[in-house]
Design a protein around this ligand. Structure first.
Ligand code: NAP
Length: 307
């Protein structure tokens, strides 16, 4: 038997009524090009079958400036080509204020959401996520913000990012319709989500899972020496390459397939900003990974055998 979704699989984002295709595209590194260049990337992601488009208000920020730049660039693309909007489930995030660094107080979050809407030039955000937990915000307070923005029609669904399983559960209990999603780091190299309970919590609550940095910020496609932990990285790369050679696909395609094979149905957020490499991700559906192959990659990632 093989594991993982097909291109036609639709993954429910909690009880929000939203569902998405198995692959998504991320805009962490979108800023820095112009609207025409950004549009080529957006169109490549749509052609690849990505539906979830993930940005954040802080994307583009660097050394004191650029906050909002990635959202503004996507907004420019959508102004030039408004027909693209209906083909995407538009996700953004708020709650990182680099001066603080985290703020999930009601006043900050409401103002941040309104600023994102203005930059994106849309009336409603489909999935609005708290980027990182603010340890000084009570979950009930954050849930009340979700309710207020939903009632005002400014967001359709609410999710979180970089929350522990306990933080996710504490907030989910206060959110009437439940949390739609959790976005944490997950890849064949960064496997904490398998052991820290976050993937289990998401499955328990029926929330969607968005996997950030599915290539470990590119470490899985560079040489093992470049990213630290060369022995462990080399072992994971070797395990991925064995399957890539068998399936006749790229290593990155196998890495995406490994993420998608988990039963929480994590949606890999493709980070590439290169249209050809974005399109290459569709090869992930040609990888018919067996249970044995999936566990072989896990053992390489752990750096020690399974119990
Ligand atoms: N919630 C959070 O805190 C958080 C944190 C980090 C990321 N994210 C989300 O996750 C998304 C992806 O993160 P990421 O950029 O770190 O993703 P990634 O897929 O792990 O890494 C992408 C990097 O790998 C490079 N790369 C080199 N060869 C590649 C190949 N053959 N195929 C694909 N990529 C290749 C890309 O460069 P090229 O562009 O030149 O291809 C890019 O720099 C972000 O855009 C964001 O939406 C969220």
């Amino acid at each position: 038997m093989t594991l993982g979704p097909t291109p036609d699989t639709r993954i429910a984002l909690g009880r929000s009524g939203l569902s998405v295709a198995p692959l998504g595209w991320g805009m962490w590194h979108l800023a820095g090009t112009d609207a025409a260049g950004a549009r080529l990337r957006v169109e490549a992601a749509l052609e690849t079958g990505c539906q979830l488009f993930d940005t954040a208000d802080v994307y583009g920020y660097r050394r004191g400036s650029g906050f909002g730049d990635a959202e503004a660039l996507l907004g420019a693309v959508l102004r030039d080509a408004p027909q693209l909007r209906e083909r995407m489930v538009l996700a953004t995030k708020a709650g990182i204020d680099p001066r603080v660094p985290y703020d999930s107080s009601p006043a900050y979050l409401v103002a941040a959401c309104e600023a994102s809407l203005r930059r994106l030039g849309v009336e409603r955000i489909d999935l609005w996520q708290i980027h990182r937990p603010d340890l000084l915000a009570h979950p009930a307070e954050v849930a009340a913000v979700f309710e207020r923005l939903q009632a005002a029609g400014k967001i359709r669904a609410a999710g979180v990012s970089n929350y522990s399983a306990a933080q996710f559960e504490a907030l989910a209990r206060h959110v009437g319709p439940g949390l739609a999603s959790v976005q944490n780091e997950f890849s064949a190299l960064v496997i904490g989500g398998l052991e820290d309970g976050t993937l289990d919590a998401a499955m328990g609550y029926g929330a969607g899972v968005l996997a950030w940095s599915p290539l470990a910020q590119g470490r899985l496609v560079r040489t093992p020496e470049e990213g630290g932990e060369p022995a462990r990285t080399a072992a994971v790369i070797a395990a991925l390459d064995t399957i890539a050679a068998r399936a006749g696909v790229s290593r990155s395609a196998v890495a995406y397939a490994w993420v998608m094979a988990h039963p929480a149905r994590p949606v890999p957020l493709i980070g590439s900003q290169n249209p050809a490499r974005i399109r290459e991700a569709a090869q992930a559906f040609a990888v018919h990974m067996t249970r044995e192959e999936w566990y072989r990659i896990l053992v390489a990632a752990r750096g020690r055998p399974l119990p």
